[in-house]
Design a protein around this ligand. Structure first.
Ligand SMILES: [Zn+2]
Length: 516
């Protein structure tokens, strides 16, 4: 399968701006070269075959795919009858010079250290762990009193999961700097941070960035190796499915553990190579690539995606994507992406934001990207405040409860924050029937909650484990107390344990707990 390599070389050398092939520079042969190509499929059958292949697809426009191929794969695509143009050949050779002008992992480390020292009351800096080559995955949490659990939604932005798509890193750094510098100065930003926790991971794939390539240092595409539904999981983290971090790429495992030990209400991850907000699902079993795969929150996802796109004029005015948004599977399907995992498994809505048709624009254009995306980043984060929110506590101890929150007619749960009991169920205007479920507690129901746009409707809940008198045991005395209440005897306690009003269902629920 080496026969076409000379041909590739010739094509590459004929194109202006293509770096000299690594072979010619004497680089080690065991360093894989990655060909970034545009391939025109000659017909629908070939296009479908490519979409269902294992090739790394990065974009699809008409019948033209942007692909990341090794030499063998390049030959296969040629043999499928595609017309192929090499856009770029990625190897370590030119890495450092090409990255110049962008924020580096070392820059992030020193800027974050500076922020932590200058704004101790506003931020905390963490490393989530190390990359394959030992670089830190830096994270910053920004909100007043960052160590104190609070009734606020946490919103995260993650950038540069693909090392050759670094614009998102720049946006995260601008965003961090503005939030920190303007808190207490700018009234909007002050209010925004008083209501919201912001987490930023500006560079998830530092090895890829430094090596000027999409993949991590093991040549793995990090946005294809998160646990995938339904092969790796069918339920949720809350419902007791294992996290599945063992054996993952280290960068992916760090993000998974961080996502599981913190509570996030909304998320986005930044890429480049297109200009669009891509929303779940990226993949739904049984739905072919190129066909829409709506999630149970499809209208909500369209709304929050539009909040980003409409504040980014070049994106909103896209000639490729109507209003600058697209369903992931409708565009092209991927499995093992972070977005679907975060939504399906952690119950955190996430979108994938493509920032630029050019993967790595000239560094001189970075300020313009910040100008185009600044308002969009705030507007998107603000959507964490729509829908229904509240705090879930134990009826006796007032301890926060880690609970699952379901909307009737919607199979996708969200979860409360175990540290404070707060939950933030994003939802559009309408009337909703809610149910709350937690281990060892009696499920609680609240019907007909009205959401009227704007800020979230508050529904605080106290859940009962059936121990009505709070003496630490669930027994006949508790059942008798509920019976008394249901019979209408004057009582000084709340015996409506299931939220459905005082009835026989409360008695049955407590009896069920005493039998446990
Ligand atoms: Zn990407």
């Amino acid at each position: 399968m080496e026969i076409n390599f000379f041909k590739i070389t010739v094509i590459a050398l004929l194109l202006p701006g293509i770096p000299v092939l690594a072979d010619a520079t004497g680089a080690a042969d065991d360093v894989p070269k990655i060909y970034v190509v545009e391939a025109d499929a000659p017909n629908q059958a070939v296009l479908t075959a490519l979409l269902n292949s294992d090739f790394t697809i990065d974009n699809l426009s008409g019948n033209t795919l942007t692909l990341y191929l090794d030499a063998d794969e390049y030959n296969q695509v040629m043999h499928m009858g595609c017309s192929v143009r090499v856009i770029e050949i990625q190897s370590r050779v030119d890495a450092l010079t090409k990255a110049t002008g962008y924020t580096t992992p070392d820059d992030i480390a020193s800027l974050f250290a500076q922020y932590a020292e200058t704004y101790p009351e506003l931020c905390r800096v963490y490393t989530l762990g190390q990359s394959v080559q030992g670089r830190e995955l830096w994270a910053i949490k920004i909100t007043p009193a960052p160590d104190v659990p609070a009734d606020k939604p946490a919103v995260k932005y993650i950038a540069t999961i693909h090392g050759d798509e670094p614009i998102g890193t720049e946006l995260c750094m601008f965003f961090a700097e503005e939030l920190l510098a303007e808190y207490g100065v700018d009234p909007y930003i002050t209010d925004f941070l008083d209501r919201t926790i912001i987490w930023l991971v500006p560079m998830m794939n530092p090895d890829g960035f430094v090596s000027y390539m999409r993949y991590n240092a093991n040549y793995v595409d990090l946005n294809r190796v998160f646990p995938a539904y339904p092969d790796d999981f069918t339920g949720t983290w809350f419902d007791g499915e294992p996290l599945g971090d063992a054996g993952r790429q280290p960068e992916v495992a760090h993000i998974m553990r961080w996502s599981a030990t913190n509570h996030f209400s909304l998320s986005a991850n930044f890429h480049s190579g297109a200009l669009v907000v891509n929303y779940p699902y990226d993949n739904e079993p049984g739905i072919p690539s190129g066909t829409e795969a709506p999630s149970p929150d499809d209208s909500l996802f369209q709304y929050i995606s539009l909040q980003y796109a409409m504040h980014n004029p070049p994106m909103y005015n896209s000639e490729v994507f109507e209003q600058g948004i697209v369903n992931g599977s409708d565009w092209y399907s991927i499995t093992g992406g972070m977005m679907d995992w975060n939504y399906r498994f952690m119950g955190c809505p996430e979108v994938t934001i493509e920032l630029s048709d050019t993967k790595r624009p000239l560094p001189s254009s970075i300020p313009q990207f910040w100008a185009d995306n600044r308002d969009a980043m705030y507007a998107y984060a603000e959507t964490a405040h729509i829908g229904i929110r509240g705090v879930i506590r134990d009826r006796n101890t007032e301890a926060p409860v880690w609970a699952k929150i379901l909307l009737a007619g919607n199979t996708q749960p969200v979860f409360s924050n175990a540290d404070f009991g707060n939950y933030h169920r994003l939802a559009l205007s309408g009337a909703y029937d809610l149910s709350f479920h937690a281990e060892d507690y009696i499920s609680y129901h609240v019907d007909n909650v009205m959401v009227n746009g704007g800020t979230a409707t508050r529904v605080d809940i106290s859940m009962s484990d059936g121990d009505i008198n709070g003496d630490g045991v669930r027994n006949g005395a508790d059942v008798q107390m509920v019976v008394d209440a249901v019979l209408g005897r004057p009582v000084s306690y709340n015996a409506d344990v299931d939220g459905r009003g005082l009835s026989a269902t409360d008695i049955q629920a407590v009896i069920n707990k005493t039998a446990m």
